[in-house]
Design a protein around this ligand. Structure first.
Ligand code: DAH
Length: 346
């Protein structure tokens, strides 16, 4: 301890003064711990003075003992007091930081919104379920037989050409991305007991452009009723009822003759849209008809006893008409700001 001066009242006082100054300056308990080690621990001046007591002449031992003892006592007291003060301040600061203002308005994490196509699909399903119809589902990856052959669409029908249909490898499995929800008609006729009242919503795919009025993947809903004595009047009434439900009391439908291989007679149907943004008008909405006897027979149903109607509507088109969506691409791009406008934020 050669750098420590001999014990003297001034030397001890100076060591105490340094210690007290350092204690007062310690900004937090961690710093105070270091101050304690430096000014009171092993190697500190006070510890050195204490060690020197051994070599102090007998007659001065009491005097120096008191001096060093009191010095150490003052430093210890100051350390304890500062320790308490700092610990209290730190606890206070922590509580402050952790405190919750329960009156504050919480920040909500934006999670998204139900997609308007899903909402429209649900709305249409609810309408039919309320009339006692069943909802049926079919696979989006469909066998060619269900998508085409069973529906009386033969090999050289234009819809079967490559430019319309996504064929799926390997070719010998005869799988396609279904081009329509109509294959669910056949699946339902094969699986369910008569009479049938079913609606089948779902995705379909065609090799179409992606533009304002076409999507390569879009959504349809297929309706099918098979019972004794079903006529085209039932079909017309069903479509009108749906139109009014979705577009208001003044809405109605009209049939225009057309051809689909799986219905006979067949029609395209238009919607009278009373509140269309460009003025009330007829707009094309879907296809329909009386189920072709060939299709009934393929499903093992006797066309002499049973008859039925079928229709297919585009869900995207229904959404365009109902909510005045101009560009179909908005429905496919998945921007939550589009979905949020339909009011179903979750
Ligand atoms: N599947 C047809 C299409 O996607 C629409 C259609 C027409 C469905 C007539 C039917 C129907 O059920 O009877 O173009």
């Amino acid at each position: 301890m050669s750098d420590v001066p001999e014990i003297s009242p001034e030397g001890v006082e100076a060591a105490v003064a340094d210690a007290l100054a350092a204690i007062a300056d310690a900004p937090d308990t961690a710093a105070l711990k270091q101050v304690r080690a430096a000014h009171q621990g092993e190697g500190s001046r006070l510890a050195a003075f204490n060690a020197q007591m051994r070599s102090v002449p007998k007659e001065r031992k009491a005097e120096f003992g008191k001096l060093v003892g009191q010095a150490r006592g003052r430093v210890t007291q100051a350390l304890v007091a500062r320790e308490e003060e700092l610990a209290e301040a730190e606890t206070h600061a922590r509580l402050q930081a952790e405190s919750l203002d329960i009156t504050a308005i919480g920040s909500r994490t934006r999670q998204g919104a139900r997609h308007p196509i899903a909402l429209m699909q649900e709305r249409i399903c609810d309408h039919f379920v309320a009339m006692g119809w069943d909802i049926a589902e079919g696979p989006e990856l469909e066998h060619e037989w269900f998508n085409f052959d069973s529906l009386n669409i033969d090999e050289d029908h234009p819809a079967r050409q490559e430019q319309d249909t996504f064929y799926v490898d390997p070719a010998e499995r005869h799988l396609v991305l279904r081009t329509q929800t109509s294959p669910v008609q056949m699946r339902t006729m094969l699986e369910r007991d008569l009479p049938i009242h079913m609606l089948s919503p779902g995705k379909v795919a065609r090799t179409d452009e992606f533009d304002a009025t076409h999507l390569p993947v879009f959504t349809q809903a297929e309706g099918l009723v098979i019972d004794k004595g079903i006529t085209m009047a039932h079909l017309k009434g069903t479509l009108d009822h749906l139109a009014k439900q979705l577009f208001g009391e003044e809405a109605k439908t009209r049939l225009r003759t057309n051809h689909f291989p799986f219905t006979e007679p067949s029609a395209e149907f238009d919607l009278w849209h009373p509140t269309f943004s460009g003025g009330a008008r007829w707009i094309e909405w879907g296809g329909c008809g009386m189920v072709n006897p060939h299709v009934l027979r393929a499903a093992g149903i006797d066309p002499e006893v049973y008859s039925g109607f079928a229709f297919g509507i585009g869900i995207e088109r229904a959404l365009m008409f109902r909510s005045d969506v101009q560009d179909m691409r908005d429905m496919a791009e998945g921007d939550v700001r589009f979905s949020e406008q339909f009011g179903m934020v979750v």
